[in-house]
Write a protein that binds this ligand. Structure first.
Ligand SMILES: Nc1ncnc2c1ncn2[C@@H]1O[C@H](COP(=O)(O)OP(=O)(O)OP(=O)(O)O)[C@@H](O)[C@H]1O
Length: 577
């Protein structure tokens, strides 16, 4: 546990933790010595030797003063160590999140991450100060007493020693039982938190669907599961602690029996026996409180194990010396990829040349969005290679890909900030006027003009003050500002109003000759004007590819698809005759 804590500590936190541990050990040893000194002190008092009593009393007071001083230092350092440890844990968590492959976030991890970043990190950072201190004291103080006991009476010391392995065994059992139940409880809490967050987020959808039974059931199940896990934790914790406390009392009884036996035989005098029994009681107290806190260590360990698991998620491979791409063509060469066992793309090959627009069309679920995710390196393919400028993406490394690719996906996320700041993050080095110029090219000026506050109008949480099409325009402006040579655009499938359609079309026209533009295309205008159309077959491959004119002339599947789309677009509501 201490090793785990040190692993997540910054050098300063490590120094503080080590110093804290040193002071805790010193405090516990001094406490043990003070307890030990009670034996000769009590014996001297009981036999009425006042001179010896005074000597031992001075020694006890001296040790107690040392104990108070070391306790003061250990708690001062302990508080600083906790704050530093909290900082280190949160920094490590933040650093890790930005390294993790984007795909890791595709399942909802909000419950786990919220738990780790709040109570988890707080609990772990307080563990050395609030829990470890008492546990270490609970074992080091009795250890010191035990060693010292051999100087007073080896037979009584031996009676105490035989119980040590039993106590250690009991303590381990207690920790294992609580650890196991706490891991189950912690998973249940993460799941329940995730479900509650999902329930809150999904309220608009649930209300419009008019039936919240599925969501209710999922939240209910998760909460009941959490409740069951918590009860399990309480039961195993209570039972484990009671057993451990019983073992501690057993050790005291053993000491009493051996002491009485020796006293009856006359080989131990009664004052010594009384003093040792007092010591025996004090010996047990710290062990019992250590047992009570054993559950806390198990809980902290569960959280540290979660940090470990997060640290073990493998990041995508990075090259030692990244290669430089020769241009910005994007090429798929025999790419096979799937999210599970079934491939979504099979042996797929095509090239999207730079300075042109490639439109990807195909049935729903045929892998259009997946193609854009592979280019943005959310994933690496299982077979084959996706290359930029002739270099396979893993040899370029994530940093180059992230700089070269500007994705505009359908689920655009806007921060709860002003409209301009949301575009500015595309290139924070630029001046306000440059940001406004790029935003104007994506026709975001029309949106700003409509909102009170103009460019500085807040967009609301997740961009809730804007429509879907407007959010996508902001996202396009971000991509324009980023000035990345490759732009991926997943056109909104939801019907865009004519204003948004025109604005997005204009933004596309503005960049198509300068970049490698790859569009998951839905608008007829986009498809028709693309320099190249890749039509997927819905089985992982390409059905046809070429320009609009070539494909129409071929009179194949694309021509049929086009005819259906045009007919659907020209449907009109005719008045009844
Ligand atoms: N994160 C994911 N985990 C598991 N399966 C996924 C994931 N994302 C997509 N899929 C599956 O992969 C297949 C291809 O999905 P993709 O989104 O690429 O299709 P698409 O052609 O863009 O579909 P649409 O036109 O409906 O948006 C689908 O069967 C989908 O269910």
């Amino acid at each position: 546990m201490i090793r785990q804590l040190l692993r997540y500590s910054s050098p300063t936190a490590q120094r503080l933790l080590r110093a804290e541990l040193m002071f805790i050990v010193a405090t516990a040893v001094l406490q043990g010595i003070a307890f030990l000194l009670l034996v000769p002190l009590l014996r001297a008092l009981l036999v009425g030797d006042m001179e010896a009593s005074a000597r031992w009393l001075i020694a006890v007071v001296g040790v107690c003063i040392g104990y108070v001083i070391t306790t003061w230092f250990s708690s001062q350092i302990g508080m600083k160590a906790s704050t530093e440890l909290l900082d280190s844990l949160l920094t490590r968590l933040g650093d890790r999140l930005v390294e993790l492959p984007v795909a890791w976030f595709s399942t909802d991890r909000s419950g786990l991450l919220a738990g780790l970043a709040t109570q988890g990190a707080m609990f772990v950072s307080n563990t050395p100060y609030a829990i470890l201190r008492q546990i270490l004291t609970g074992f080091i103080t009795p250890g010191t007493v035990l060693i010292g006991m051999y100087f007073f009476d080896w037979r009584l010391a031996l009676a105490m020693t035989v119980m040590v392995p039993v106590l250690i065994f009991g303590y381990r059992r207690l920790q294992t039982a609580i650890g196991r139940s706490d891991a189950i409880h912690s998973d249940a809490v993460d799941d329940a938190s995730g479900r509650v967050i999902e329930f809150a987020r999904a309220q608009p959808a649930l209300r419009s669907a008019g039936d919240a039974t599925i969501a209710d059931r999922l939240v209910d199940e998760a909460l009941q599961n959490q409740h069951r896990a918590y009860r399990g934790l309480l039961i195993s914790g209570g039972a484990g602690m009671a057993t451990f406390a019983g073992l501690v009392q057993l050790s005291l009884t053993l000491l009493l029996v051996v002491g009485a036996y020796l006293a009856v035989g006359g080989s131990v005098d009664v004052p010594t026996l009384i003093a040792v029994l007092v010591l025996g009681v004090r010996f047990n107290e710290p062990i019992v409180s250590a047992g009570d806190l054993g559950g806390g260590v198990a809980v902290a360990r569960t959280t540290l194990d979660q940090f470990d698991r997060l640290a073990a998620v493998s990041a995508l491979s990075e090259p030692e010396s990244p290669r430089v791409p020769d241009g910005w063509d994007v090429a798929f060469d025999g790419v096979t990829f799937g999210y599970g066992d079934v491939p979504v793309l099979r042996n797929l090959s095509f090239t999207a040349p730079s300075g042109g627009m490639t439109a990807i069309v195909g049935p729903s679920g045929s892998g259009k969005t997946t193609i854009t995710r592979l280019i943005a390196r959310f994933y690496d393919p299982v077979h084959g290679a996706v290359s930029i400028g002739g270099v396979p993406i893993p040899e370029l490394g994530t940093a180059i890909v992230e700089a070269a690719v500007a994705p505009v996906f359908q689920d655009v996320y806007l921060f709860d900030d002003t409209i301009l700041n949301n575009i500015w993050i595309g290139n924070p080095d630029l001046a306000r006027e440059d940001v406004i110029a790029a935003a104007t090219r994506a026709r975001v000026d029309e949106i700003a003009a409509r909102l009170p506050g103009g460019w500085d109008a807040p967009v609301g949480e997740g961009g809730s003050n804007l429509s879907g099409g407007e959010r996508q325009r902001v996202s396009i402006a971000r991509a324009l500002l980023k000035d990345a040579p490759i732009v991926l655009l997943d056109e909104a499938t939801a019907a865009l109003d004519i204003g948004n359609e025109i604005a997005i079309g204009a933004a596309i026209d503005a960049i198509r000759s300068e970049r490698t533009l790859i569009i998951v295309a839905h608008r007829l205008q986009t498809i028709m004007t693309a320099d190249q159309i890749i039509m997927l077959d819905g089985e992982g491959g390409i059905r046809e590819s070429g320009t609009h004119e070539q494909l129409l002339a071929a009179d194949g599947p694309y021509a049929r698809y086009w005819k259906e789309r045009v007919e659907a677009a020209s449907w009109q509501l005719a008045p009844p005759r």
